[in-house]
Design a protein around this ligand. Sequence first.
Ligand code: ZN
Length: 253
Amino acid sequence: MTSPRTYRALGLTLRRSPVREADLLTVVYTREQGKLELLARGAQRLTSKLMGHLEPLTLVRVSVAHGRSMDQITEAEVVDAFPAVKNGYENAARGLYVAELIDGFSALSVANAELFNLAVETLEALGTERNADLALRYFDLQLLRSSGFMPELYICVECGEELEPDRHRFAVGAGGTLCTECGPIDVVVRPLSLPALKLLRLLDRTESVAALPELAVPPPLEREVREALTATLQYWLDRRVRSQEFLETAKFA
Ligand SMILES: [Zn+2]
C-alpha cells in the first residue's frame, strides 16, 4: 500500500544541478502537479541509476517522498528518453528550447495538463521527419495560449473591428493585431505580412502538433513568424530566450 507520505507522478525533466557531494536537484514538469523541484539523494554516485534516468528531456514516472524541506525522488522509471531529440546538435538545441520555455512559463506546483501534453507532443514531433521549426512555432503559440497570453490574431485589439486583408499590424504590448487606423502610444508596433498572419492563424487553428500540415515555409516567412512569436514570448517572460540564440547558432554550425 502506498503511504500518504509518498506520491507518484509522470513528468518531464527540465534541468538538474548537483548539490552537496552526491545529490542532484532536479526540476521536473509533472502532469499531476506542474513544476516540482525534487531532490535525488545519492544520484551522483556511480552505483545510482537515478543519474541516467533524470537526464534533462526525459519523460519519467517518479515516486516521491515528502521531505521536511524538499520532496525527494525515491524511484524513477524512464517512459521515453526521446533519443531522436538528443542525437543531433540541432534537435538537442530545439529540445532545450522547449525545456527553457516550459520552465520559464510555469510556476511551482501549478498543474497545467495542456502544457504538459504540449511539451511531450512537441518532443515526439521533433523525433519525426516533419518540419521541426514549424513544430516549434506551433509550440510557441500554443504555449502562449496555455499560459493565458494568447495574442489576438483576428480583430484589432484597440477598436475591435475585424481586420481587412493586408491592413493590419502587430503590437506585442497591445496584445496582438491592430488595424492600420489605430496606433496606441507606448507600444512597439511592428509590420506583419499577410502570409505571416495566415501562418499564425493556421498554427492557432491546428488541433495538435501531429496534425500540422507538411508545409515548405520559405525562410523569410519562417523568420518573420519566429520573430513575432519570440517578441511575444520575451515580452511575457521579461527576458531573452537563451536557448533560442543557441539554436540559431547551432543551425549554422
Ligand atoms: Zn483598430
